[in-house]
Write a protein that binds this ligand. Sequence first.
Ligand SMILES: NC(=O)c1ccc[n+]([C@@H]2O[C@H](COP(=O)([O-])OP(=O)(O)OC[C@H]3O[C@@H](n4cnc5c(N)ncnc54)[C@H](O)[C@@H]3O)[C@@H](O)[C@H]2O)c1
Ligand SMILES: [Zn+2]
Length: 384
Amino acid sequence: MGNISVKLNGSARRYEIKIGHDLLNNCSRWAQKCLSPETKKIALVSNAKVFRLYGEVVKKSFENAGLEVFVWKMGDGEKYKNLCSLEKALKFFSQNKLKRTDAAVALGGGVVGDLAGFAAAIYLRGISFLQIPTTLLAMIDSSVGGKTAVNTEFGKNLIGAFYQPNGVLIDVKTLRTLPRRELVAGFCEAVKQGAIANQKLFDQTAEFLKNYSPANFKNCFSDKKFLVELENLLAAQVRFKAEIVMQDERESVARIDGKSRKILNFGHTLAHALEKVTDYKYFKHGEAVGCGILFAAELSKKLNILDNSELKLLNDVLRRVGKLPDTSNIKIEKVFEAFAFDKKTIGESLQFILLEKIGKPVILQTGDIPKSAIEKSLETVLHR
Ligand SMILES: NC(=O)c1ccc[n+]([C@@H]2O[C@H](COP(=O)([O-])OP(=O)(O)OC[C@H]3O[C@@H](n4cnc5c(N)ncnc54)[C@H](O)[C@@H]3O)[C@@H](O)[C@H]2O)c1
Ligand SMILES: [Zn+2]
């Protein structure tokens, strides 16, 4: 069916990311290839919404393969990615007597994946873990690279572990039911990855968005060409993320070169600040990244690092992704306060990932950038 496999040779584990469509009803065949023959029990972690859409078919496939399946549904939304849910997940694993040889399977977006992955990492010091991501963001970003975490009252993703899964299964048809704003958010991350990767991935992403608007996505799934192009795009995106992650698995603090895992944070310095000043309620994370990309590109141009034509190109592609939330009421001084807060929590100097050209990110310390350039760029992007 034109399924694409990406093999990773990470330092800790080697695993496969399988990409295709109509894969869920046979997912146990794939799972058994990833897991040890000793695996008898599966803890299927999801939420009510995703489980209602795709849970039964996944469960049935595992059961047909003779595995015992226990379903745990967490709350839906970022606010449930916390220590309380983690404890409930671990209790659930214990109550159902999962052993070292058993496995947890995450079925859902990044929230489910991050929480289930962390639970799998620490339950009995680590059990097998499979990811079946069902949002675009989870497919191209959060399910690749082995970061797992929960949020605390002090900030996002502050407690977690690097824990690679045993396998990732991406069925693109699950995107048919994804709400438009979630699609837009995912495509912003795709544009981000294209911009820092190379001209080829950027062009492939831009071309896909030209042919298939996220606003009209749902109607495309019966088109074979669309499915092939979507699978190819996701495979290219995943390959790029995997490539970066493999050579900097733990995001070395000292590295500031163009292949550091930190470059994946292109657009994220502003995104985190925007999410914070709006109390994490106004933006989808990827939407904030969309604004962040525009800001980073604008600032790069102001500093004479980036050519105007490339800035325009980025603006055009993001326009194809769709409408981003209105930012005209966001106060610049609040954004600066949020930058300062970010700096304190990470305990390092704040860094901006800027762009010299498509495929050539550079990491700069905020101290090396005139405040007036940051201010003007914020003004241009947020209050245009
Ligand atoms: N681990 C990493 O490297 C990494 C990277 C990026 C983001 N993240 C994390 O990912 C999380 C965000 O993930 P997300 O954007 O997937 O959000 P999410 O998991 O909250 O999912 C978004 C919404 O879509 C729903 N949904 C999921 N799949 C669906 C489908 N197929 N059809 C209909 N609805 C569906 C969910 O129930 C939810 O309401 C954040 O917590 C972020 O910190 C982690
Ligand atoms: Zn992101």
